[in-house]
Design a protein around this ligand. Structure first.
Ligand code: 8IG
Length: 275
């Protein structure tokens, strides 16, 4: 059994669905506008508690266009958080991955909804594999740029969007001012859900990639299209296939995420406080 999703109607306008979702969030929370939005991926969840006071928690399924979570441990919630500054954060704990096969409109719906609530800053986080050997599991890395290897785009038709400064230099400078040792890397989005072969990891390295993952690039493009400033951060939960000598396991990824969570969540909270 499944509920109809308005985004599955090919004649629907995805921006109208996002506007309807934002209106629903305003109705259910009484909060008319949000200033910043955060998508919290594996390992980053605790940041929601550290950035401010959660005043409302919605099941994503209450809001038009959102999908049921595909993965246990990916809480399907949207939270409205009151920041100490008085600003409002929308915390998205309901990511739809490209590999779920529902199409790119569903993948970027949360980002478009965030923009429709008024958010002008989009913080995208994820758990990912590292190509640089010194990135031990638990290392947070800023995303400096991306390679979109999905062969897809959230943009439809002749929509030409400049991506030169997609991962905002201003926000990366801000992050560095809070965590001077923070490393940066180019994020490679693969389709997944399989992890890469060692040869694919070598390809990613050769073409300039440092981080391998299955989200974020498509979301970042949609955020830029919506006019938002983007900050991207990866938690390296494993070294990419062939860089590490043992097979990758989902359990290992979850474990590394849990161990690093307090540290990286505190880091992210400091960044949000400085926005
Ligand atoms: I966590 O090694 C996590 N997500 N593509 N490769 C890809 N995605 C990931 C990986 C990884 N680790």
């Amino acid at each position: 059994m499944h509920d109809a999703n308005p985004l599955d109607d090919p004649t629907a306008d995805p921006f109208e669905v996002a506007a309807a979702a934002a209106a629903k969030i305003a109705e259910l929370t009484g909060v008319q506008r949000h200033d910043v939005a955060l998508t919290l991926g594996s390992g980053w969840g605790r940041a929601a508690e550290l950035i401010g006071e959660t005043t409302h928690t919605l099941a994503a399924t209450e809001v038009p266009g959102f999908s049921k979570p595909a993965l246990e441990g990916h809480a399907g919630t949207l939270r409205s958080v009151l920041l100490p500054s008085g600003r409002r954060a929308l915390v998205i704990g309901a990511r739809t991955h490209y590999y779920e096969g529902h199409g790119v409109r569903r993948v970027v719906h949360s980002v478009r909804t965030a923009a429709a609530t008024g958010a002008t800053t989009m913080i995208l986080t994820n758990g990912a594999g590292g190509i640089k050997e010194h990135w031990t599991p638990g290392t947070p890395v800023l995303i400096s740029d991306h390679l979109n290897l999905t062969a897809d785009s959230p943009l439809e038709g002749a929509t030409f969007i400049d991506l030169t400064d997609l991962y905002s230099q201003r926000l990366r400078d801000l992050a560095h001012s809070i965590a001077p040792g923070l490393d940066e890397g180019v994020y490679c989005q693969f389709r997944g859900p399989h992890y890469e072969t060692p040869a694919e990891v070598q390809m990613a390295k050769t073409i300039g990639g440092h981080i391998v993952g299955m989200s974020t690039a498509l979301e970042a493009i949609a955020a830029r299209q919506a006019g938002m400033e983007v900050l991207g951060m990866s938690l390296i939960t494993n070294l990419a296939a062939g860089i590490q000598q043992t097979p990758l396991s989902h359990a290992e990824v979850i474990e590394a995420g849990q161990a690093a969570e307090p540290v990286i969540s505190a880091l992210l909270a400091k960044i949000v406080a400085a926005l």
